[in-house]
Design a protein around this ligand. Sequence first.
Ligand SMILES: [Cu+2]
Length: 319
Amino acid sequence: MSSLALINEFLGMPRDNASAHGYQIDHILEFCHWFMAALFVGWSAFFIYVIIRFRKRRHPGADHLGVKSGISTHLEFSVVLIEAVLLLGFAIPLWARRVNEFPPGKEALLVHVVAQQFNFNYHLPGSDGQFGKRDIYFVSNSNPLGIDPNDPAGKDDIVTSGELHVPVNRPVIAELSSKDVIHDFFLPSMRIAGDAIPGSLIPVWFTPIRTGTYEVICGQLCGLGHYGMKGTLVVDTPQDYQAWLKERAELAGTQASPPAPTQRPPGEPTAGGSTLRTIPPPGGANPSKADAEGAGAPAHPAQQLQNAPAATASPSPHG
Ligand SMILES: [Cu+2]
């Protein structure tokens, strides 16, 4: 950050921007705050001047003509012009780049971030590059994301909690969802944040440019334990990242297979039907296998019920 970045630091922004787009966010924040500071000083000075200049003792009678010079009109027009340039010239194009220009699927690392009270879980596709299907009815202590044990694509999937590793200089698309209430996946050092909303998949992306350990925090007041909802993002060199992946895969291999799903209430869709609504990254990475089944527009819940295969988990009275 430049020596100009006084206000950002004063407001508690972490100094070490670690993402490729972060400096643009820093610049616009810094400029907006300086501009607002100038307006605050200017308007405050004008206010004090008016109070003294037009005090009652000096002007006992009202002046019905008012100000005759055009200075105030010019001043106000200049402020509006600067604000319009800020909004149309900088803020909207910057925002548009963040939401429209997702990195191509093969180039980016796609990770599912599943928030819950009060931590973040991460789901990576494993060596086959495919995410296993997820369903809420498979959720248990040993299977926090409810990965379908019958889906071969899910066998090598990696699930971690609290700590996520990503390689440096490679775009990361984080697809956000939540198991319970609305959370917010906030990476201050990456200058990125996105809400994790139950029933939605919301993608955000960033490119880490510096290795190191960074803080992940929840940016939405999500319950009593919100203050403790923190995690870490470790940006590794490509070699370290591969080593971490290998270690996680070995760890997953030693764990027992997930228990059988709990029995579903009658009329509920079975594990085959994806119950998540999907907002795919625009022009972005391949959505997960489960998402691909939704094909295009998010399916209406009633449609999802129809798409679900016949119930397989319902118990038979004759064994
Ligand atoms: Cu939270």
